[in-house]
Ligand binder design. Structure first.
Ligand SMILES: *Cc1c(COP(=O)(O)O)cnc(C)c1O
Length: 353
């Protein structure tokens, strides 16, 4: 998304996760409108009763086919999908070993589950290997993300998958920020690194520009989750019209690399111009470009200065990020024009003086 209007004021928008600009795409909007005209505004019931339509089935089939899995199961959000999967699969005596910086939806679910939660040092397979080497009576689920939401860095998935496999454990990868945006044809971080986790979570509120999520897995796991997940049974299904919008977004994502290339060009332009700023720009090749400011107050002040200059950039503070690393989480999208990036860089350089 390129612009945002807040209280009547228009800003160039550098805080959305709409990395490909698909939330504004005419084909996606039209698909949602037409879907609503044909199927109504809502699903009307849980998928277990009558809420599951042919649009849901079509979307699940296309996702599974696209990502090379037997099955896909839709959830109303990434948060719900992570809660559902971990709640259902992690039992007493089991163990979850998660990256320290994993998303709250994963860590919350893990800490509420009867399984033991251990955390490995961020993106360090050796730290994971050490934890895996300690014995556990039950099964072990290793949990990480494709692209991390606050640092924008990618997980070394091949090394993590190798460690996980060696001990017969299962791997869950949440690719909320990678799907649609990275990898051949937008198939995400796992595809890019030639890794096929037992459980892959993709979400639709970011690169897809809509909302919702899916679990990709084998048929037996999908059957089990479908039959027993309370998050599916006791919750209204995704509106069928939303499935239509998601099918249109998927078509845009699969169609070509133009949007991904534009995003990459914007990232390169931003990083080149930001190199001389007095703040630390994290080593991120993704749409998430964090500028570490340090103190909370300084980060807030900078965010306000940028707003006065017409750029909306949110300051992210602890506890969302570690103490002393308050930051501007700058997100770039394919919808930004070179002029938008220059404008932001100029505002940042002005604020630095
Ligand atoms: C955004 C995000 C989620 C939550 O997805 P929603 O669909 O917005 O609920 C889950 N996991 C990660 C890693 C995320 O960044």
């Amino acid at each position: 998304m390129r612009e945002i209007t807040l209280e009547g004021q228009r800003y160039r928008h550098f805080s959305s996760n709409d990395y490909l600009g698909l939330s504004q795409h005419p084909a996606v909007i039209a698909a949602w409108q037409q879907g609503a005209a044909e199927s109504g505004a809502g699903a009307g019931a849980s998928g277990h009763v009558t809420g599951y339509s042919r649009h849901h089935a079509q979307l699940e089939e296309q996702l599974a086919d696209w990502l090379g899995y037997s099955r896909a199961l839709l959830f109303i959000s990434g948060f719900a999908a992570n809660q559902a999967v971990i709640h259902l699969l992690a039992e007493k005596n089991d163990r979850i070993i998660a990256d320290k910086l994993a998303h709250a939806s994963l860590l919350d679910a893990a800490s509420h589950s009867p399984a033991t939660l251990r955390r490995f040092a961020h993106n360090q397979p050796a730290s994971l290997a050490k934890l895996l080497a300690t014995p556990c009576d039950g099964g072990t689920l290793v949990v990480t993300e494709g692209v991390f939401s606050m640092d924008g860095d990618s997980a070394p998935l091949a090394a993590i998958a190798a460690e996980t496999q060696r001990t017969g454990s299962w791997l869950l990868v949440d690719d909320a920020h990678g799907i649609g945006v990275t990898g051949a044809g937008g198939r995400g971080s796992c595809w890019q690194q030639q890794v096929k986790p037992e459980l892959l979570i993709v979400t639709f509120g970011k690169g897809f520009g809509v909302s919702g999520a899916a679990l990709l897995c084998d048929a037996a796991t999908a059957d089990y989750v479908e039959q027993f997940s309370r998050h599916l049974i006791y919750s209204t299904a995704m509106p069928p019209a939303q499935c239509c919008a998601l099918l249109a977004a998927l078509q845009q994502i699969r169609q070509g690399d133009e949007r991904r290339e534009r995003l990459q060009a914007n990232i390169a332009q931003f990083r080149a111009g930001a190199a001389t700023l007095p703040w630390q720009l994290l080593a991120s090749g993704s749409a998430i470009q964090p500028l570490i400011i340090g103190e909370n107050h300084a980060a807030l002040t900078l965010s306000q200065q940028l707003a006065q200059a017409g750029c909306w950039v949110s300051a992210i503070r602890p506890p969302t990020v570690p103490p002393g690393t308050a930051r501007l989480r700058i997100t770039l999208t394919a919808a930004h024009q070179p002029d938008d990036i220059d404008y932001l860089l100029e505002a940042l350089h002005d604020a630095a003086h």
